[in-house]
Design a protein around this ligand. Structure first.
Ligand code: AHR
Length: 503
């Protein structure tokens, strides 16, 4: 019998709502033929699909990073505003696609309001002149001061878009990035952009590019240099992390170690930021923005373009199975357990492109396996206090990641409702009989589970509910300890209500 000892006194941090962010890039069928499809019968008067919007709302996405990604490093935002009939079709060198400029900053602001989300705007620090950054912040955030704010008003957007979080470029350490840079060169331009953004809009927060991956050749030296050079100018440092089968034989046991590797990555970046803070004897915090994370496979050929120089065609469309879902849940749990420093998280991406939501022109919207862990954690864990609780679940050895967890857990406390919530992912092929011990009496009020599926089961338009989260029956005894069977290969979220003892 394994055990979890719940201790309300040991608080890791509070789950900020921005941890449940996502990402929409001009890429494949993410924007065009994804969220935006004017010819579709479900689309609203602006061309955005209402059925897609309803599914996004279920995910309760707090902030959406936009418009890229690699795309942003060649993007001219000015071509995407104003009279639609005069907008140019331009080539996008990041993905070798056509950018028709039918959706730009204004249309995206409209869309993000419809899904109750804020925007996290990325600026072009690749081909873009720094003046364009200044003009963009003025366009989005000033009321009516100067040409750019008035141009927005003339375009029909009277109220400023009021974008509060800005990304200083994207993956500028990666050689594939349009105009990638050395850490020193990046730090210089990022500092100028940060200063300009805050001069125009002083309450904005800015995110500097950290490394694009823990596997990057320049990790962690890139991050150290950036933090050292521009510590005083930035609010967050970004981390990007995508996981796939790390071995050629697609051994799931190796893949299931992803969460542990992700945890090490986050903690390494946190330590380097804290080291710089200590060296400077500074009180300032630089938090972490995990602004691209997900499971991403390329072995299925989904990274091959159907045709160059087109738009709205499938690219990077992963069809996630139950094994992917378990890894995905372990990654999100890892973010939650690091919420002392991780304040922003963006699931990359939101629709069609490595996404929890797939669309079809005729068949509508499909919720992939990964939709469910995001949805329940986003709806139930925001604002809660994550607790540091001991457990004795076994670790196992992998070739790729050394010792990794067989069970990932996150224990959180809801002060308002007096409830504990425990999310658990059992990635082992054995049931884990567990005893959960609390520091006061509780009763189980709800238990949701994804289990009893084959690891390679997927949801399809023909069978959309093959792998879904289900509420399961629980017996409602009271006490300070509970025995439960964590099924092999399962994801569960259990809610316990604290009971006040009558005197
Ligand atoms: O999300 C897809 C791509 O992954 C993004 O454009 C880029 O930033 C990352 O490499």
């Amino acid at each position: 019998m394994y055990s979890i000892k719940v201790n309300k006194q040991k608080i890791i941090g509070v789950v900020e709502k921005e941890i449940f962010g996502s990402f929409v890039e001009h890429l494949g069928r993410s924007v065009y033929n994804g969220i935006y499809q004017p010819s579709h019968p479900e689309s609203d008067e602006m061309g955005f699909r209402n059925d897609v919007i309803e599914a996004i709302k279920e995910l309760n996405v707090s902030i959406i990073r936009y418009p890229g990604g690699n795309f942003v490093s060649g993007y001219d935002w000015k071509e995407g505003v104003g009279d639609k009939s005069k907008r140019k079709q331009l080539v996008d060198l990041a993905w070798c696609e056509i950018e028709p400029n039918l959706v730009g900053v204004d249309e995206f602001a409209y869309f993000s309001k419809k899904v109750n989300s804020e925007i996290m705007m990325a600026v072009n620090l690749g081909t873009g002149p720094i003046q364009d950054v200044s003009d963009l912040v003025q366009y989005c955030n000033l009321k009516d001061e100067g040409y750019w704010a008035n141009y927005r008003i003339a375009n029909g957007y009277n109220t400023p878009h009021n974008i509060k979080v800005w990304c200083l470029g994207n993956e500028m350490d990666g050689d594939w990035q349009i105009c990638s840079k050395t850490a020193e060169d990046y730090a210089k331009i990022a500092k100028d952009a940060a200063k300009i953004i805050k001069w125009v809009s002083p309450n904005c927060k800015v995110v500097a590019c950290g490394s694009c991956s823990p596997l990057s050749k320049t990790f962690p030296s890139w991050d150290k240099t950036v933090v050292h050079q521009i510590f005083d100018y930035i609010d967050y440092l970004s981390l990007h992390a995508y996981y796939t089968y790390p071995t050629k034989d697609h051994d799931v046991k190796e893949f299931f170690g992803s969460g542990k590797n992700f945890d090490n990555y986050i903690k390494t970046v946190k330590q380097l930021v804290l080291k710089e803070k200590k060296k400077r004897k500074s009180n300032k915090e630089i938090y972490l923005s995990v602004d691209e994370w997900n499971v991403w496979h390329t072995f299925d050929g989904s990274n091959k373009r159907v045709k160059d120089w087109t738009y709205g065609s499938p690219l990077l469309e992963n069809h996630y199975d139950f094994a992917d879902c378990l890894v995905f849940a372990s990654l999100l749990i890892t973010i939650l357990n690091n919420c002392d420093y991780v304040k922003i998280g963006c699931l990359a991406q939101l629709v069609n492109v490595i996404a929890p939501i797939l669309t079809d022109d005729e068949k509508g919207v499909l919720k992939q396996t990964t939709f469910y862990p995001f949805s329940i954690l986003s709806n139930e864990f925001r604002g809660l206090k994550v607790l540091d609780c001991k457990d004795n679940y076994p670790m196992y050895n992998t070739k790729t990641y050394k010792k990794v967890n067989s069970v990932y857990k996150c224990v959180a406390y809801d002060e308002i409702k007096n409830e504990y919530k425990i999310a658990l992912v059992n990635v082992s092929g054995n049931d884990a009989n567990s005893r959960i011990v609390f520091d006061n009496d509780v009763k189980i009020v709800k238990c949701c589970e994804m289990a009893d599926a084959n690891l390679h089961d997927k949801n399809t338009f023909e069978e959309p509910n093959k792998v879904v989260l289900k509420e399961v029956e629980v017996f409602s005894n009271e006490g300070n300890s509970f025995n439960l069977k964590l099924k092999k290969y399962s994801f569960s979220v259990i809610t316990f209500k604290k009971i006040r003892k009558e005197c």
